[in-house]
Design a protein around this ligand. Structure first.
Ligand SMILES: [Zn+2]
Length: 283
């Protein structure tokens, strides 16, 4: 079974600390570290790239595309979808998709919201994505977390009435509840044996795993060198195990088959994408 490898390309201080901060070279260096790992494994992924970053470092977008990866949009500013509202959201989609297509020379088919910010308050975003010509969205976390997620929506891929395909983040069901697996902090903090078990479990359900990562997760030195005040709690949760993620990726990419979202969709038969008018109705 083919699983999806997805990378949200952004710079930690700008995406997580303050949206007014400039995007730094660090993001470029870290993305190159990841590209090198994927090259070694001859694996392609989907890079959801932030517009601000593409604007400042267009050569990086070209490098990602030249390596054969799929280019997707991560919006323009990294502000949450439910905070900026429909008009600004549409502007961000137009602007980021236009930029990425101009720079990479390839069509942008997919979108990932900053911090999974398509929630019950911002489901209107799914119609705007379809209207703006996107084919899929990969922004919904199908479990209620503190800052994001929606309960009682499908854990598998599905097609909405407006034509858009929703590709939710991976969760497994244990002890009667859903647990997020296989992305960001979950991938860094869970023991490899548990992650492997989760991927096998998803395979047995015929659900491709959607792994998501950020370039800064391969950067253990960032919090020692950062110029901005960062709380100890954030340093711990955001910084822990960064030095192990390259090894974790090596194991994952040697033990399972991974590809871009476009490749996973190409291997998915249309009948398996159950139709739904809204994610909530599909649940
Ligand atoms: Zn992000």
């Amino acid at each position: 079974m083919l699983h999806a490898l997805t990378i949200d390309v952004e710079d930690w201080p700008q995406s997580s600390l303050n949206h007014d901060l400039p995007i730094t070279e660090r993001a470029v260096h870290n993305t190159r570290t990841m590209l090198e790992i994927f090259r070694r494994h001859q694996t392609h992924g989907t890079f959801f790239i932030l517009g601000l970053l593409a604007e400042k470092f267009p050569d990086l977008v070209r490098e990602i595309a030249a390596d054969g990866h799929e280019i997707g949009s991560h919006g323009y500013s990294h502000k949450a979808v439910f905070q900026i509202g429909p008009d600004a959201f549409r502007d961000e989609i137009k602007r980021s998709v236009g930029l990425l297509e101009d720079i990479s020379g390839q069509p942008v088919r997919g979108y990932r919201a900053p911090d999974f910010s398509i929630t019950e308050e911002s489901l209107w975003a799914l119609d705007i994505l379809a209207e703006e010509g996107l084919e899929y969205d990969s922004s919904i976390f199908p479990v209620r977390m503190r800052r994001y997620g929606i309960d009682d929506v499908p854990r598998h891929m599905y097609r909405l009435d407006n034509g858009l395909i929703e590709i939710p983040m991976s969760t497994v069901v244990m002890g009667g509840r859903r647990w997020p697996v296989a992305g960001g902090g979950y991938l860094r903090l869970l023991p490899w044996a548990l992650t492997r078990l989760a991927i096998r479990r998803l395979e047995s359900e015929q659900i491709p795993t959607i792994v998501y990562l950020h370039p800064y997760e391969v950067d253990p030195a960032e919090f020692r060198e950062i110029d901005h005040p960062v709380s100890m709690k954030t340093r711990l949760t955001q910084g822990l195990n960064r030095r192990h993620i390259a090894g974790r990726l090596d194991r994952m990419l040697s033990q399972f088959r991974f590809g871009s979202v476009a490749q996973v969709l190409a291997e998915t038969s249309p009948e398996t994408l159950t139709a739904a008018t809204s994610p909530v109705a599909a649940g």
